[in-house]
Design a protein around this ligand. Structure first.
Ligand code: GTP
Length: 598
């Protein structure tokens, strides 16, 4: 389609407000797919996304739409990941659009993520069309939601479309609004090529499929292209549109959204946010807003069974093919053997990787406590970046340390402000500021150490606000801090995989929590087990597991051979989930328990 008849848009919403459901309705309404294909398409989607109800990767689809004015339009829907871990990806997807549908659940109203997403859309100067969803619910309050949209978001609440994505009510109004309210893309097909990369996916047959929005110029088969930030160049093998399947096209012109295949081996060879230009007629400058997607949370992953290491290595390599933001390097622990030190965009990303390794590859894993990356300045002027407790230098050599801080925005009904304020203070929150976006609701801005946020902040927030609090954050830089390395000793032996870097002032409660959790989860033995938390040589917490009074397993050993064999097999399987430290077997669940808060 020509530029005048192209619309590029995205749907943004707070989690669970119905983004995917509305997208599905739009796709069906445009007849882009038959109902049967539609079902299959759903089944093809990464099951994790479906199951958790979270969009993990951006996706795009081109929809042909015959508008009421008789004109044929090409609508490009770019789906965005719906979680704070992926804010940068969201920003690149939004930079590829002219407008957004902003969904607000009629029974929940405006939430923190709605606001955060709207600010992102505003930063990109996008046209925002508010859509009130779930009007079929008995608890829906459309008028109150309109008022909130006007007062909290500063948009025209009266103009908001009222729909039910689930029942398909007023979907035609949404499509007409896309055509009539969103502007067509700008850009000149004759200008030097600038195409924004907003995603990349791995295809085992074709290599990396690059998702682009062409801003200026055009892209076609045979073109010699260059990635302006990473400098590599390739020959274009194929360009095309995202229909149900990839559909090759002659060219992608300014304003269009589509894909490029150019013999790029892995997604790690492509940076989201980079600009593709023509190598022979390059654009003078890349598009703005590029940033390297850097991991912020780190954890070591070990197989429970040491001989599963090759399988783990293979599995991580496979995941990495499609996940450029996952980083890993070989790691060794005395307690747990060989594994990988991995870097993630956030805790959700970590959980997704863990779940995929366990479910898709059938591995049983132990993860160490997630850590952030600390800046360590030594007396001799050296500067280290430390995210692995094992590499923390001797404290006597350290001048000072810094830890990453985030600015958190917490939105809640005002009756919870006292407890939430206390929670932020407990988590070393600074510079707390309150706003009252509308009667009865309050937004608290707090500057918190990232380490406190990844520990259990979100769970605690949900608990103290009975689920009503919502939360979003962004990085604001590193700040001075006091760090200590907390070691855990089992019968006097240090378990390196349980060491963590903690804020010195909060070390004792963390240590107590860890030793108590271990005492609860490590099974009793014939002997007494001492579990201690220590900083340097000083014990700051301890707990004891008492010995069995008598051997309760003795009566199991009967004369029946098959029963005996069964028992032996069971023990063997059980052992696979245990790690021997000295002569104490530590079950996998003990390692997990240490990570969890109460
Ligand atoms: P994330 O991908 O996690 O951001 O969620 P989402 O915003 O895509 O929400 P999704 O479309 O998965 O919908 C969340 C839940 O709301 C699902 O159980 C839907 O069935 C339900 N839902 C979506 N739209 C409607 C609606 O119009 N009415 C009702 N009653 N339920 C809806």
């Amino acid at each position: 389609a020509d530029r005048e008849h192209t619309r590029n848009f995205s749907i943004i919403a707070h989690i669970d407000h119905g983004k995917s459901t509305l997208a599905d309705r739009l796709i069906q309404a445009c007849g882009a797919v038959t109902d049967r294909e539609f079902q299959n398409q759903l089944l093809d989607n990464l099951y994790l996304e479906r199951e958790r109800g979270i969009t993990i990767k951006s996706q795009a689809i081109t929809l042909p739409y015959l508008a009421k004015n008789g004109q044929e339009y090409e609508l490009n829907l770019i789906d965005t990941p719906g979680h704070v871990d992926f804010t940068y990806e969201v920003s690149r997807a939004l930079a590829s659009c002219e407008g957004v549908l902003l969904i607000v659940d009629a029974s929940q109203g405006v939430e923190a993520q709605t606001l955060a997403n709207m600010y992102l859309a505003m930063e990109h100067d996008l046209t925002i069309v508010p859509v009130i969803n779930k009007i079929d619910l008995i608890s829906a309050d459309v008028d109150a939601t309109r008022l909130q949209i006007t007062e909290d978001l500063g948009l025209d609440g009266d103009e908001a479309l009222a729909v039910s994505a689930k029942e398909g009510t007023n979907i035609d109004q949404v499509l007409e609004a896309i055509v009539n309210k969103l502007p067509p893309p700008k850009g000149q097909a004759e200008a030097p090529l600038q195409a924004l990369i907003f995603d990349a996916q791995y295809d085992p047959y074709r290599g990396t499929v690059i998702f682009v929005r062409v801003m200026e110029g055009q892209l076609k088969q045979g073109d010699f292209i260059r990635f302006m930030h990473n400098g590599s160049s390739y020959r274009v093998e194929e360009v095309g549109l995202f229909k149900l399947r990839r559909e090759p096209a002659k060219a992608l012109r300014a304003g269009q959204v589509g894909y490029v295949i150019a013999g790029v081996k892995t997604v790690s060879d492509v940076d989201v946010g980079d600009t593709i230009t023509n190598n022979d007629h390059p654009a003078p400058a890349p598009l703005p807003g590029f940033r390297e997607a850097k991991p912020v949370v780190f954890s070591s992953i070990y197989p429970v069974a040491t001989d599963d290491y090759p399988e783990l290595a293979e599995a991580i390599e496979k995941l990495k093919l499609n996940d450029a933001s996952l980083t890993y390097q070989k790691d060794y622990s005395q307690a747990l053997g060989t594994g990988f030190r991995c870097g993630f965009l956030g805790l959700l990303h970590l959980e997704v990787v863990q779940e995929r390794l366990e479910r898709e590859f059938g591995l049983s894993l132990i993860l160490t406590a997630p850590s952030v990356r600390y800046q360590v300045y030594l007396n001799d002027g050296q500067h280290l970046e430390i995210e692995n407790p094992a590499l923390f230098p001797d404290p006597s050599t350290i001048d000072y340390c810094e830890e990453p801080y985030v600015k958190a925005s917490i939105l809640m009904p005002d009756r919870y402000i006292g407890t939430v304020m206390q929670l932020c203070l407990d988590r070393r929150g600074e510079g707390n500021v309150m706003h009252y976006p509308s009667p009865g609701r309050v937004e608290l801005i707090s500057e918190l150490p990232l380490a406190e946020v990844i520990y259990d902040f979100y769970d605690k927030l949900k608990t103290v606000t009975q689920g009503y609090g919502s939360f979003d954050y962004e990085f604001i830089g590193d700040r001075r801090t006091e760090l200590a390395k907390l070691d855990i000793l089992v019968n006097g032996e240090r378990v390196d995989a349980l060491s963590m870097l903690v804020f010195r002032g909060g070390a004792r409660p963390r240590a107590l929590h860890a030793v108590n959790k271990l005492a609860e989860t490590i099974p009793r033995q014939q002997f007494k087990i001492a579990i201690q938390g220590a900083i340097g040589g000083t014990i700051i917490a301890r707990s004891t597991i008492n010995a069995f009074r008598k051997d309760v397993t003795a009566k199991c050993y009967g004369g029946d051979v098959s029963r005996k064999r069964k028992l032996l097999e069971k023990q063997k399987a059980g052992k696979k989930r245990m790690k021997l430290v000295g002569n104490v077997p530590i079950p996998q669940k003990a390692f997990l328990a240490v990570l969890q808060s109460d």
